[in-house]
Ligand binder design. Structure first.
Ligand SMILES: [Zn+2]
Length: 253
């Protein structure tokens, strides 16, 4: 809380002379903010330990994140979040959750949702940490074994534990796909179609998204209508079973 570090600069946007709280980013940029604005827009300010208006409050976020975040505590036009890369967006999303900047929380949530499927692992971390279970379930199918293995050094143990349970459940459902296959189909081509579908499903182990499955449980376009109907039925049953596989509840806190 004491002012020991060199102040490099002051935010151009947040530099009002009559501001009564002074924050400093981790990269030494100062932000002068009106306490009354924080009081009406956020639930997380002032941070624990804050005592006097004369002190500079050090925050762990970088200036680029704070500059975006503080825009949401003033009635002013805000920067477009659309132009942010995922890294910047997720830092902002973390900050607005941490300080409970209510006007920005839903917006960040929407943008994080739109960052699927490419940023599935980051979105999954965010959704589990802040308690958005339906977003966790949307992100989880895109977090493949390959993706999570590549990030083993950064992924949280909590996420890893929950994801492994989810991964096991999913693969078990793929193994039991035979149970959802329609039975009693007599026509000559069906057994060959079925064999191909089983084979393709086997290759899906560890790959968990509805799109891949839709592509697999299908018959050629020239197949007879009875085979098309049963493939459609099978696909529907299997998708329903797969949709029951949800991420275990977040164990953070
Ligand atoms: Zn048939």
């Amino acid at each position: 809380m004491t002012d020991r570090r060199t102040v490099c600069s002051t935010s151009e946007l947040f530099n009002a002379a009559d501001a009564d709280i002074v924050f400093r980013s981790s990269d030494n940029v100062v932000f002068r903010i009106h306490a009354r604005n924080l009081a009406v827009t956020s639930g997380g300010f002032p941070p624990a330990g804050f005592s006097s208006a004369d002190e500079i409050v050090d925050l762990t976020e970088e200036a680029s994140t704070l500059e975006l975040m503080f825009q949401f505590v003033y009635p002013r036009p805000q920067s477009s979040l659309e132009v942010l890369g995922f890294n910047e967006l997720s830092k902002l999303a973390e900050a607005v959750e941490k300080y409970q900047i209510y006007p920005a929380m839903q917006l960040c949530n929407i943008f994080m949702t739109n960052a699927l499927p490419e940023n599935a692992l980051g979105v999954l971390e965010y959704s589990m940490r802040h308690g958005y279970p339906s977003l966790s379930n949307r992100a989880a199918p895109f977090v493949t074994l390959e993706r999570i293995s590549a990030s083993l050094n950064t992924v949280s143990p909590t996420l890893l534990r929950a994801w492994i349970r989810y991964y096991d459940t999913w693969n078990e459902k793929i193994r039991h796909a035979t149970l959802t296959a329609p039975s009693g189909h007599k026509c000559a081509n069906w057994s060959e179609y079925q064999r191909k579908i089983f084979f393709a499903l086997g290759e899906l182990t560890g790959i968990k998204n509805d799109v891949s499955i839709a592509a697999v449980i299908t018959v050629p376009h020239f197949a007879s209508i009875c085979c098309k109907d049963d493939a459609a039925r099978w696909h529907q049953n299997f998708s329903k079973k797969i949709s029951d596989a949800s991420m275990p509840p977040a164990l953070y806190h």
